[in-house]
Ligand binder design. Structure first.
Ligand code: SAH
Length: 214
C-alpha cells in the first residue's frame, strides 16, 4: 500500500539539492529530508507534487509545510539525540517524522481531531514513534511533560504564548513564526528562569495557530 519507488527517491534527492541552494546546511536535517517519503504524508491526488518545495493542502483545511520551512525550523532547533521536543501543530506528521529522524523524543499537539486521529495511525504504520501525540490546544503546551529542551510551533502565532516560554528548560530553544498575515520566524533561547534571547529571521507564511476551539 505504501510505495516508495526509485523515482520517489530520485525526486527526493533533487528536493534536497533545492533546499541546499536555498541555504540549508545541517547535514542531519538534509539527511532526514532525503530519507522521509513525503509523498505518503499527502493526499494521493497531490502525490506528483510531493517533492516540489511547496506547501500543500491536507485534511481539515490545513497544510503540510514547505520542505524548506521544515528544514529551516529544524536547523534552528539544533536538536541533539534524546532531547525532549514539543511540536505544536502535528498536521500531516511530516515535521514530526523529521524530528524523530533527528533522534528527538517528540511530543506533538494537534487541535483538529480528524488530523490527530489520522496522523497518529499513519505515523505508527510507517514506523515513526513519537513519544506522545495529543489532541488539544497548543497555546497551553503540555504541562504534564514539561520542561522541554526544544519547542517548535508549526502554525502562525499572533503572539508568543507565555505557557510555551514557561515550559522551556534553561538553555532550551523555542522556534515560532510570529505574526498575523505574514510571520517572522523567531528564535527564543532561555538564558535563565527570567531571561530570553530573541533573534528574528525572515518572513514565512503559515496557516494560523487558532485559539479557543475546544
Ligand atoms: N507540522 C505540520 C504543519 C501543519 S499546519 C506538518 O508538517 O504537516 C499547522 C497545524 O497546526 C494544523 O494541522 C493545525 O490544525 C494546527 N493547529 C492550529 N492551531 C493549533 C492549536 N492551537 N493547537 C494545536 N495545533 C494547532
Amino acid at each position: 500500500m505504501y510505495k516508495d519507488t526509485f523515482r520517489h527517491k530520485g525526486k527526493r534527492q533533487q528536493l534536497v539539492e533545492v533546499i541546499i541552494k536555498k541555504g540549508i546546511q545541517d547535514r542531519r536535517v538534509l539527511h532526514a529530508i532525503g530519507k522521509i517519503p513525503r509523498h505518503l504524508f499527502m493526499d494521493s491526488s497531490f502525490e506528483d507534487h510531493a517533492y516540489q518545495d511547496k506547501a500543500f493542502p491536507i485534511a481539515a483545511d490545513q497544510t503540510i509545510s514547505q520542505p524548506y520551512t521544515v528544514a529551516f525550523q529544524s536547523e534552528l532547533l539544533e536538536i541533539k539525540e534524546g532531547e525532549n521536543v514539543l511540536e505544536i501543530g502535528t498536521g500531516s506528521g511530516y515535521q514530526t517524522a523529521v524530528l524523530c529522524e533527528l533522534g528527538a523524543r517528540v511530543y506533538s499537539i494537534e487541535r483538529q481531531r480528524e488530523l490527530y486521529k489520522k496522523t497518529k495511525a499513519f505515523l505508527n504504520k510507517i514506523g515513526y514513534r513519537p513519544k506522545h501525540l495529543s489532541f488539544g490546544d497548543g497555546y497551553k503546551g503540555l504541562p504534564a511533560y514539561a520542561p522541554f529542551d526544544k519547542i517548535i510551533v508549526t502554525a502562525g502565532a499572533p503572539f508568543v504564548p507565555k505557557d510555551l516560554l514557561g515550559q522551556l528548560k534553561v538553555g532550551g530553544r523555542l522556534v515560532i513564526p510570529v505574526g498575523e498575515d505574514v510571520q517572522i520566524m523567531t528564535l527564543f533561547v532561555r538564558k535563565s528562569p527570567t531571561e530570553f534571547d530573541k533573534t528574528e529571521f525572515g518572513e514565512f507564511r503559515f496557516v494560523p495557530l487558532l485559539e479557543d476551539k475546544n
